[in-house]
Structures are given as C-alpha cells and as structure tokens.
Design a protein around this ligand. Sequence first.
Ligand SMILES: Nc1ncnc2c1ncn2[C@@H]1O[C@H](COP(=O)(O)OP(=O)(O)OP(=O)(O)O)[C@@H](O)[C@H]1O
Ligand SMILES: [Mg+2]
Length: 267
Amino acid sequence: MNIEAYWGLKEKPFLNTPDTRYLYESEDFVEAMGRILFNLKEVKGGLTLITGEVGCGKTLLVYSLIEKLPGSRFTTIKLINPKFSPTQLLRMIVQELGDEEPPRYRTKLMEKLQSLLIKSDKKNITPVLLIDEAQAIPKRTLEEIRLLLNYEDKKKKLLQIILLGQPELKKRIQEIEQLNQRINIRYHLRGLNAEETKKYIKHRLKIAQAKRKVFTPSSVSLIHKLSRGIPRLINTLATNSMYAGLLLKKDIIDEPLINEVYKELIQ
Ligand SMILES: Nc1ncnc2c1ncn2[C@@H]1O[C@H](COP(=O)(O)OP(=O)(O)OP(=O)(O)O)[C@@H](O)[C@H]1O
Ligand SMILES: [Mg+2]
C-alpha cells in the first residue's frame, strides 16, 4: 500500500517539486513576489536580488513568477546552474531572444543583443532574465551582469534581471560594489512561522484532497520546531512520517512518531 491510499489522499501532498498547484502564499512569498512585480512593472530599474535560506522557496517563486507574467508584455529567460563565462551568458540570452545562431565574438554579440532588446521594446515586450542559483555565477560573469544593465532608454532598463540565490549570494555581490549599487529592489526569504507552518501543511493536504485528519496539532508544532519552518524540511518530515505511520498502522501522526522519524533523518 502507498501513503496516498493509506491516508486517504489523491496524491502525495509533500513532494519536493516546484509544483505551483501546491503554492502556499506565505507572507514572505507575497512580499517577494510583490517587490519583483513592482520592479518589473513600475520602476523598471533593472536589477532585483532575492536571497533566501536553502529550501525556503526561491525556485518555486521563479516558477510562479513565470506563470504570472502575461506573455503579451513579458518574455522570460530562465537560466539555472549558471556556471558560465561572460560570453556564454551573452550568447544564451541572445539565443533565448530568438537568434538561433548567435555570433561567436563578444562585440558582435553585444551589438546583436542591443538590436534584439530594441526590437522587443518596440513591440512593448520586456525581456526578463531570471537566474536561479545565482550564488554559483563566477565572479567575472557577475561583473558582466552590470554591463547588461547598460542597455537602457531614458525611462527604463531594456533588460530586467532577477537574481535568486542562497544567502552567500548577498556577500558575493557586496564584493562587487558597482553591481551592488545597481540593485534597486531586494528581499530575503526566511522559513515560515508556526502559524504559517500549520496553514502550509493544511493547504497541501487540501490540494491532495485529504479526506481525514493526518497530523495531531502538537505534531504540527513539532514539525515547525524541527524544520525551522523551511518548506523543504517540512515536506521531508511530513512525507517520512506519513510513510512511518503507514508501516506502524497509525490512525494519526503524533509527536513521538515525528521525533522518531526526525532522529532517523538526521543520522
Ligand atoms: N510557498 C510555498 N508553497 C508551497 N510549497 C513550497 C513553498 N515554498 C517552498 N515549497 C516547497 O519546498 C520545496 C523547496 O523549495 P525550493 O526548491 O523552491 O527552495 P529553494 O529556496 O529554491 O532551495 P535551494 O536554495 O536549495 O535552491 C519546493 O519544491 C516546494 O515543494
Ligand atoms: Mg532552488
């Protein structure tokens, strides 16, 4: 028997995947999204920095943003594992903007990028470059990002850039003062508070169409304490305790079970 069948669910509610159907709009999430949209739609200032603890929802935020931005006004370019050189970065952007065979050399690439950005602007479409896991960008490529902000007209940057990454990204950017100064919106995501953790668990169970109670209230408080409200850890604890509960034929998941599961997880 699988955990869905045992706990009376349509599907597994706590998978660690960026599935926006399961999105819980925490205070932090709403604030981060609000600031990103404010920069994209109102300020058009070019560079947004979103940092956050490991597993707190940055990648899910990227997916949600892409879903939210109307294709008639924005075109999104999403880059992950950004361990590329400055020229590779330029080439990827040019390619994503529609040039299937980008020029090889840097000067030509920059000219091409400029013409593509102007073309897009004439159509009233703003290209948005989203770089997830930006803490992995090599320093010289980070410096290049500053140059990408030089494409502008009197009112706005022609390319909007959003960098998302783990806390060390903040430090890495601080070391490049010319880039740091150009960040016009920033936000740091944290874990959920106790109340939000409760709502988060309830929300995910609801989406998975739970027909009965799965966790006691005190087990939810314990999940919050052990996970520090970090969604990825909440998910892992919840899934593992649902599995343990199945094996032990439990009617409901309680504190002792969560403690047992946690001990095994951190071994
Ligand atoms: N607001 C949320 N609503 C619903 N689920 C969430 C939320 N935030 C995070 N999650 C869940 O937690 C998992 C981990 O989140 P995510 O991968 O977005 O974290 P991250 O900040 O990108 O982590 P990393 O620093 O390791 O890249 C997601 O796959 C998702 O299942
Ligand atoms: Mg991530």
